[in-house]
Ligand binder design. Structure first.
Ligand code: WQD
Length: 340
């Protein structure tokens, strides 16, 4: 079976994709520099996958290190997850974000080119759609990034368009994620951001285990059914399986695709909080505070193309997203830190 290189392999989405790829019969080589992830994840992948992991510690910006990996392993395709992803931090550290997110992308592509590997999956984001001109977002929606992080994703997409134009023998998947949440059903892997969580679900998880006192809900006066922000949350294992479907498409069709990976359903912050309370069997204390700068009131995916082109659709419900998140965080109150 094809051997897939995952960059950022110890990260949240990549680690779950690693398991999904192995379950689908692919071999995997993981690459990570642990700048934003924990080596403990590799031990969880070995335990859950039932086989030793093949892993190389390297920074995707290190051309020599990446070249050595391609000389050591037979790589058939690359899934590129390695990137910084905190919207607020990206405004404070634009150069670090451009150097890592775009420099790492270009370096990885150059190494692939030198080794004749031209099948590539890019971890993009619904953030490239900017303020909705229409909803649900289809893949034809206009593109406009609203922050530095979003611009690294949009510019990354454009770099890949130029590469495909210059050399149509590349097979590239532009995968636009909506809001990944949840955890592996075993409770042994999940989302474990460093510091104060920026995103809703990991913050709710940490309130539920007593690491945070209460949830601040950013705005209760949006033009949405209950006044709180609406998003398209999708289970991380559905997202992982979407990568398997995209790789199969690229390897079979030998041509590219641009696809939304979302459920097509929007849920509000309060919808998610209520679902989490049902899953955890306890209240999640919260306060409604001012809106967060840069937040959109509502967005969600048109997920038709993923279904018709890749044969993929999200299957797991919001309740399951919350139940799996709760199992992960309650069994690992400190995440991957020693002592769990
Ligand atoms: C979801 C909703 C908040 C935290 C971001 C990035 C996007 C992608 C996913 C990388 C919103 C509300 C949140 C909190 C809250 N990242 N919220 N209290 O902003 O939709 O998307 O993460 O690819 O690019 O922009 O996700 O989880 O931060 O927010 O009320 O403590 O929850 O206002 O309505 P977002 P989020």
């Amino acid at each position: 079976m094809p051997q897939i290189l995952l960059t950022g392999a110890a990260g949240y989405i990549a680690s779950h994709t690693w398991l999904a790829l192995q379950a689908a019969g692919f071999d995997v080589v993981g690459v990570d520099d642990f700048s934003n992830s924990s080596p403990e994840v590799l031990r969880r992948i070995e335990a859950l996958g039932g086989r030793p992991v093949v892993f190389e510690q390297a920074n995707v910006c290190d051309a020599a290190a990446m070249d050595a990996i391609f000389r050591k392993h037979r790589i058939d395709a690359v899934v590129h997850f390695a990137a910084f992803k905190a919207v607020g931090e990206s405004a404070e550290k634009p150069l670090a974000y451009y150097a890592n997110n775009l420099g790492g992308l270009v370096n990885t592509l150059q190494v692939m080119q030198r080794h004749g590997v031209k099948t590539f999956v890019f971890s993009s984001s619904a953030t490239v759609y900017g303020t909705p001109v229409f909803l649900p977002y289809t893949e034809a929606h206009p593109l406009a990034a609203m922050n530095v992080y979003g611009r690294t994703k949009l510019m990354g997409e454009q770099i890949l368009r130029d590469l495909e134009t210059a050399d149509p023998s590349w097979a590239i998947a532009w995968l636009r994620y909506f809001n990944p949440v949840g955890a592996h059903e075993s409770g042994q892997m999940g989302e474990d951001p460093r510091g104060v969580p920026n995103n809703l679900m990991p913050y709710v998880q940490q309130v539920a285990v007593g690491r945070r006192e209460f949830l601040s809900i950013f705005g209760g006066d949006y033009d949405t059914p209950d006044g709180t922000g609406v998003r398209d949350y999708l289970h991380v294992m559905d997202l992982a399986e979407g990568h398997v479907a995209a790789l199969r498409y690229l390897l079979d069709a030998k041509k590219g695709c641009t696809v939304n990976l979302g459920t097509g359903v929007g849920y509000s912050v309060l919808d998610l909080v209520r679902a989490f309370e049902r899953a955890a069997g306890k209240p999640i204390p919260y306060k409604i505070v001012d809106r967060r700068a840069g937040d959109l009131p509502s967005y969600y995916a048109d997920a038709t193309l993923a279904r018709t082109l890749l044969g993929w659709q999200a299957r797991r419900s919001l309740d399951q997203m919350c139940a799996d998140s709760w199992r992960w965080q309650s069994q690992n109150p400190q995440g991957y830190a020693p002592g769990g």
